[in-house]
Ligand binder design. Sequence first.
Ligand code: SF4
Length: 629
Amino acid sequence: MRQLIEDRLLPQVLKPARYLGTEWNAVHKDWDRVPVKMAFAFPDVYEIGMSHLGLQIIYGLVNGGDDFLLERVFAPGRDMEELMRAHRVPLFSLESYRPLKEFDVIGFTLQYEMSFTNILNMLDLAGIPVRAEYRGEQYPLVIGGGPCASNPEPLVPFFDAFLLGDGEILLPQFLDLLKSWKDKHGGIPDKEQFLLEAARLPGVYVPRFYDIRYGEDGSIVEIRRNRAGVPPRVARQVVSDLDRAYFPTHPIVPYLETVHDRAMLEVLRGCTRGCRFCQAGILYRPVRERDPELLARQAEELLKATGHEEISLTSLSTADYTCLEPLIKLLMDKYQGTGTSVSLPSLRADAFSVHLAKELQRGRKSGLTFAPEAGTQRLRDVINKGVRERDLMEAVTAAFEAGWTGIKLYFMLGLPTETREDLDGIRDLAEKVMEAGRRISKEQGRTKKVRVTVSVSTYVPKAHTPFQWEAQIPLAEVKARQHYLKSILKKGITYNYHDAELSFLEAVFAKGDRRLGEALERAWELGCKFDSWREHFSFARWMQAFRETGIDPAFYANRPIPLEAVLPWEHLDMGVSKRFLLREREKAFQGVLTRDCREGRCTGCEVCGGFGVDLVLKGGKGHAGPAGV
Ligand code: SF4
């Protein structure tokens, strides 16, 4: 097969480097000597998948052991897929060019809902039945993990299991069990029995062991276990001490440019700022920071092992890292004058963050992005986004004074309680930023034009957040508000907005249940794939799929869920209590803020007590005291 791929397929595709598998630091193990083989599947193209730190973590971790082998597979580009189908080449792993069918387990990372059709397409391209019920013992197990595993219900017909939480602790346990079964039985002769045992491991959700009962109005009445010994609720698992967790200091270095083409250093995990729309803020709690000295050592190893000249300090909110200044000092002292730079992926809207960005970005100052999220203080209080207009203006003023000429402001449209005043507020903020930029530019005698961009996405209510019960505003209303905003923004301000139809579908699947699997499968049969790519997305085909399967997408996206209803993800425990989410929802509608628990008292989300972990703040601030609200 290798010969065919190398001689006949790769010379004809646009980006052959996507499929080589021989990059620097790629691991090639002796297939016959390793008992358990896993394929790590990223349901999007190589350049996106290779920018994902989670892939590098799992790759290094699993390949570090003698008993396991992990190889990569990505969604092939359209050109490659056509050639593969024409030459009957099944989907293969990059390292050994083996068909996916030969692996014991295929693990998909579930990063965003709009990659779901690619999963079905990849299984089909591998010659593996897409539905779990049609996959006999001769086929690999198909498992999933990542943020969308927090509500994987629309994917249930296609998966054997989902792992909830940090892969560093979940995956080794799962693979150990697989190995012990292979040692004992020479394989997995009885998948059902194996999965029953797997379902008893902490954090492993095997959906076939849970039945859903629906009421006449289509809502869920009950979620019930159908096997003894499986837990009533599957609890997410977390790494409690990041300093002791595995970190990949020898990541694979792609041959071609990827989305994040730099060394990634994970400084912390989790965020407790408590933005009420943010799912990641719930799914990765509590905050766990790494030691700055350890990070400096990891940076050194990373640079040596990759040849990268830029280190990105990654996390959900790097500016909140309590040792950011000492870490940057350590790195700058070491690398100043060597051509190696340090970067922050996102900035907080305050002058301190701009000062840091200025320190780090000594050369060309292209553009800075800030995310006020909403146009008025009232709505920012509803969503608990602790940014005041004064903070934002101080930040943009500092940025213009430091030489930046382009500012991007990121907002969400359709947040709960949004009114026309909030949209007008977006215009007012953008104009104030523009005025500040022009004034400073004039004072400093600069000739370069000031650019202000307003980038607006449509709000998608997500599972496990305080707004999980809310409806997305109807599609027609989204479009009306997008156009209203366009009509009131002054000329000279650039306005970008996301595809409303795509956000509607995202809302359908983000709060969906397992009945949606039918529509997903039909949409894929009709040709849907790469849905998050504008040039591939076909809303008409999706609507046809819903019509043909008798599923009303608005039932999922646009219907508020009663507070007492059973949620499709009710049996999946992310650690943050429902009590907390309900309290936060209530406070949102009263416009009452909840402070960040790092700044003082615990605000009672219950994740620390539930998992037996603490906030880990290396700078010495914060605590995880008794829940006080
Ligand atoms: S339990 Fe308390 S301290 Fe821990 S993350 Fe939740 S609010 Fe913060």
